[in-house]
Ligand binder design. Structure first.
Ligand SMILES: N[C@@H](CCC(=O)N[C@@H](CS)C(=O)NCC(=O)O)C(=O)O
Length: 212
């Protein structure tokens, strides 16, 4: 029996896969492991009653496994790894948090209305650290083979590129060549093409947060 996974539907388009990076991370994991799954698109601005009953916190993604509903992408990815160990995607523990500050730094910079608050520099510092890491250990975080760290970072880097490009006309400096190559590598994977949200929905998803 195929696994069932609840993920975010696009804002204003309930039949289109939406812009949640945590949902995409779970879908990427299932795709990379070639685990069959059935997807339910959840309209997060009007959550269906059945969804709230199985998941009172109301966040996506949620995985239905053995009749249990499991929220939180960290827990879900861990469970998928345990139940479907091939191909193995767990990174060595010392690499598990590489790039983990990029997403919060990106969100802070995206929402910032004060150009002198240091949020752009903080994001640049995180991206430079990633570039250095990739220069030494690339092309993926753990070398030649993709791991769960890459599958967590890929949707976040996609959001960063789309949202900062749209709302701030900002792009990652050309000098960070290893980050650029890394993003090209990730975004061209079949799993990524299949699970990414269309750009207009990524923008629509950030709009209320940027203009709050
Ligand atoms: N830590 C959670 C975060 C999940 C999350 O924030 N999901 C957002 C969409 S990207 C959500 O469900 N928002 C709807 C809500 O909070 O009501 C995870 O990794 O799964």
């Amino acid at each position: 029996m195929a696994l069932e996974v609840c993920v975010k539907a696009a804002a204003g388009a309930p039949d289109v896969l939406g812009d949640c990076p945590f949902s995409q991370r779970v879908l990427l994991t299932l795709e990379e492991k070639k685990v069959p799954y059935q997807m339910h698109l959840i309209n997060t601005s009007e959550k269906p009653q059945w969804f709230l009953e199985v998941n009172p916190e109301g966040k996506v993604p949620v995985l239905k496994f053995d009749d249990k509903c499991i929220p939180d992408s960290d827990v879900i990815v861990g469970l998928i790894e345990e139940k479907y160990p091939n191909p193995p995607l767990s990174p060595p523990p010392e690499l598990a948090s590489v790039g983990s500050k990029i997403f919060p730094s990106f969100v802070k910079f995206l929402k910032s209305k004060d150009p002198s608050d240091g949020s752009e520099q903080a994001l640049l510092d995180e991206l430079k650290a990633l570039d250095e890491h990739l220069k030494e250990h690339g092309p993926y975080i753990n070398g030649e083979n993709i791991t769960a760290v890459d599958l967590s970072l890929a949707p976040k880097l996609y959001h960063l590129e789309v949202a900062l490009g749209h709302f701030k006309g900002w792009t990652i400096p050309e000098s960070l060549t290893h980050v650029h190559n890394y993003m090209k590598l990730l975004f061209s994977r079949e799993s990524f093409e299949k699970t990414k949200a269309p750009k207009e929905f990524v923008i629509a998803g950030w709009e209320p947060k940027v203009n709050a």
